[in-house]
Design a protein around this ligand. Structure first.
Ligand code: PEP
Ligand code: MN
Length: 338
């Protein structure tokens, strides 16, 4: 349910509506737009509440939200949400490139990758320290040591860092190093983890589970938003289909569909979805053309010896070429890149 307040109504009226909502054991989430202030009411809404709220001073109207994802739907917030990460806007006019190795392997590799991706237009640095691997015998990341290296490289090159957190107990610790907390595809419906990242003051990059519908994905986002953390960036990373040729099947229709359903920014991961470096450039460009707010791309100085996902990593030269083409595509569709 959303409560639309009258334009220019006093703060006290807004406060009174929120108090009434909270007194019923429900949550009131405020969204102050240029045109209107609305309060999203979530929880177990009972019959009679709508009429009760409609009678309060300053209330213009009370509208039921038809979608189950109450705070991420555009019915709650009409305008696009921009998630700002240390001054970098995700969801604004310019597509953002996030790049880096799949996993933090060592200082030298990370340093050279950060330097190169920064030089060629990346705005954020990615790198996994806690890696969810299908096999327990694969390289599972450097853990805290990896987080330290990532934070150092990010600081040195002026790149906010994105890294995955895998368990609820680690959220506070990972958040002390990371600028953006990534929730991986395999954990996208780990509801305890989603609750935990909903409590911290760090943006969340929420991958789509590879068997999640749009509704399940937006309901996962809803856990974070209803926990009090409004800074969620959605990431399409491919879904599992009958086609084995690519690692997953990239669902680029997700970009316009999610933009229609939700105000949250959406980016695409062409690396984990395709699993093949040759497909990373065409899928990145298609994602930007489809309206994605950015891409997150694996880059490695020597993909042939990468400890994780080398087949999908771009070399520095190829990443450079990609960033030039992304700029051209975004200009062609009138979303000029810097
Ligand atoms: C990753 O980005 O490192 C990763 C493991 O991605 P996903 O969760 O989408 O597989
Ligand atoms: Mn990977």
């Amino acid at each position: 349910m959303i409560v639309v307040m009258k334009a220019g109504c006093p703060e006290d009226d807004i406060r009174a509506v929120q108090n009434r909502i909270e007194n019923h054991g429900l949550q009131g989430h405020l969204s102050e737009g240029a045109e209107r202030t609305v309060i999203g009411v979530v929880g177990q809404i009972f019959s009679g509440l709508q009429a009760e709220i409609e009678r309060l001073p300053g209330v213009a109207e009370v509208v039921r939200i038809s979608k189950p994802f109450k705070l991420s739907t555009r019915e709650f917030k009409e305008t696009d949400t921009t998630v700002v990460v240390d001054g970098v806007e995700v969801g604004g006019g310019q597509p953002v490139i996030i790049a880096g190795p799949c996993a933090v392997e060592n200082e030298e590799l990370l340093d050279s990758t950060a330097r190169e991706v920064k030089r060629h237009g990346a705005k954020l640095l990615r790198g996994g320290a806690f890696k969810p691997r299908t096999s327990p015998y694969s390289f599972r990341g450097l853990g805290v040591q990896g987080l330290k290296l990532l934070a150092e490289a990010g600081k040195k090159y002026g790149l906010p860092v994105v890294t995955e957190v895998m368990s609820p107990e680690d959220v506070g610790m990972v958040a002390s190093y990371a600028d953006v907390l990534q929730i991986g595809a395999r954990n996208s419906q780990n509801f305890n983890l989603l609750d935990e990242v909903g409590k911290v003051d760090k943006p969340v990059l929420l991958k789509r589970g590879f068997s999640s519908s749009y509704e399940e994905w937006l309901l996962a986002a809803e856990y974070v938003l209803s926990g009090g953390n409004g800074r969620v960036i959605l990431c399409e990373r491919g879904i599992r289909t009958f086609e084995p040729y690519t690692r997953f099947t990239v669902d680029l229709a997700a970009v316009p569909v999610i933009k229609k359903l939700s105000h949250l920014p959406i980016i695409v991961d062409p690396s984990h979805s395709t699993g093949s470096w040759e497909l990373v450039t065409p899928i990145s460009l298609a994602a930007i053309a489809a309206g994605a707010h950015g891409v997150i791309v694996d880059v490695h100085p020597n993909p042939a010896v990468a400890k994780c996902d080398g087949a999908q990593a771009l070399s520095f030269d190829k990443f450079n070429a990609l960033s030039v083409q992304i700029k051209a595509v975004s200009e062609a569709i009138s979303r000029p890149a810097e």
